[in-house]
Write a protein that binds this ligand. Structure first.
Ligand code: IMP
Ligand code: MG
Length: 430
């Protein structure tokens, strides 16, 4: 049975939460496979808004099972908070399972995240301070604590006794004055482990049997291709692999199941955090995009997002490194009311045309955009857009359709879903 992978194609915040919620309607299982509480997925149900960091976006649908795979790093206190808050809002959250192999974010990871960011100066990515870099450092360095350790008090205590003194020395060497208390950390985290234990299973084995029974699986990417540790704007991205192939590693399924690979792209570009951004805008158009965007402010950090025109150089690379088979284009409504809409088709650097996204941040920062201009489309209210969505693609204003068709021709993949508002109804699916 083929599975769908939905991944971000830009710098995260493409509207994946909404698209995944839309697709989850037809999925039996939703799986997170990378990232951690640095992610922020916004889902709207009726008038209610939910912002999830660790919970998979299918958790509000009772018949959908939600897995947190081994590739995710879990901050247990944050996950429990999300579970509790979602329960208080009337959802029982019985449809959740967590991989026994997922790594755990510990308090010293967050301390080290802040210290490392400070010491890095201009190399700092402007992280979410969720301890993401340090927890992945520990995973690769084999200092990590996994969910199977968190729910096993004896192992947890033994590991903390070995690891905490090392982290204390690191904190001091980095100039930090925080004092770690291994016993206090043990007590707090063993309690988290006890509460989370009923959810912890071998998710890879569970998925294998679901696939064999013909269940429809949806893999939910977090962040985006250009934040990927391997393919992103290194060192200004995140510490996990954010591309479609990571679903295989981060959930423990064979790559042959990943046949339907949907990239989510916003009709413009945004990013939170540092790093070169060739199509970045300032001034009234940037304000328009930020404010109409329903508040382009980081879901996790509330920082104002940097915004710019859609960048097809970035997106062409995303098509390639993910093997995208289709695109979901979001927030087309946000461009409404602008006289002119632009799409970057190439870069210019030193009098040369640059068609491939550079690896070097020095070279990327020298790249200026080459734009194709489009006539804009009128601004409609949310209700108008829902009316258009109900009538389907052909009801979109002609100028909008031209813009979408141009993106399809440049990327050589179909735009399968168009989103024109936050709600489930403001979605045109094919
Ligand atoms: P970290 O993942 O917290 O280490 O942050 C590394 C970089 O990725 C920073 O520039 C963050 O702003 C950015 N980042 C991480 N997660 C997300 C996300 O879910 N959406 C948007 N940006 C993100
Ligand atoms: Mg987000």
């Amino acid at each position: 049975m083929p599975a769908t992978v939905a991944v971000g194609t830009q710098f995260g915040d493409e509207g994946k939460g909404k698209i995944i919620d839309f697709l989850a309607d037809r999925a039996d299982v939703v799986v997170r496979f990378q990232g951690g509480a640095n992610a922020g997925h916004t889902v709207q149900v009726g008038e209610d808004l939910y912002a999830f960091h660790l919970l998979p976006s299918g958790v509000l649908r009772k018949r959908t099972m939600n897995l947190i795979g081994n590739g995710v790093v879990i901050e247990p206190g944050q996950l429990l908070k999300e579970i509790d808050e979602t329960r208080e809002r009337g959802h029982p959250v019985k449809n959740l399972r967590i991989s026994d192999r997922a790594h755990v974010v510990m308090p010293y990871h967050k301390i080290l995240d802040a210290l490392e960011e400070k010491l890095k100066g201009n190399l700092g990515a402007g992280t979410t301070l969720r301890g993401i870099g340090p927890v992945f450092e520990d995973k690769v360095g084999r200092f990590g604590i996994r969910m199977c350790d968190l729910i096993d008090p004896e192992t947890l205590r033994a590991k903390l006794r070995a690891i905490v003194p090392i982290k204390q020395r690191l904190i001091e060497a980095y100039g930090g004055d925080e004092r770690l208390d291994a016993e206090a950390i043990f007590a707090e985290y063993a309690a988290h482990g006890e509460r989370l234990a009923p959810f912890v299973i071998d998710t890879s084995a569970w998925l294998d049997s679901a696939l064999r029974r013909g269940k429809r699986i949806l893999f939910e990417g977090a962040q985006g291709t250009h934040l990927c540790i391997d393919h992103g704007v290194y060192p200004f991205g995140t510490s996990s692999d954010c591309v479609a192939g990571a679903a295989s590693v981060g959930a423990g399924v064979g790559p042959q199941f990943l046949t339907d690979i949907l990239g989510v792209a916003k009709a413009f570009t945004s990013r939170v955090g540092a790093g070169p951004f060739p199509t970045e805008l300032e001034g009234p158009i940037a304000e328009h995009l930020r404010e109409r965007g329903g508040g382009e402010y980081g879901t996790t950090t509330r920082r104002p997002r940097r915004v710019g025109w859609i960048d097809l150089v970035m997106l062409r690379m995303s098509v390639r490194v993910n093997g995208l088979t289709a695109l979901a284009l979001t927030k087309l409504d946000v461009l409404g009311g602008l006289d002119r809409v632009r799409a970057c088709v190439a870069y210019r650097s030193d009098g040369e045309t640059v068609k491939e996204f550079p690896a070097s941040m020095r070279l990327l920062s020298q790249c200026g955009p080459v734009y194709r201009d489009f006539k804009g489309w009128p601004e409609f209210s949310e209700g108008d857009w829902i009316g258009i969505a109900e009538r389907g693609r052909r009801a979109l204003p002609e100028t909008t359709r031209k813009f979408v068709a141009f993106i399809e021709s440049q990327l050589k993949i179909p735009v399968r879903i168009v989103s024109v508002g936050r709600s489930r109804a403001a979605t045109i699916g094919r």
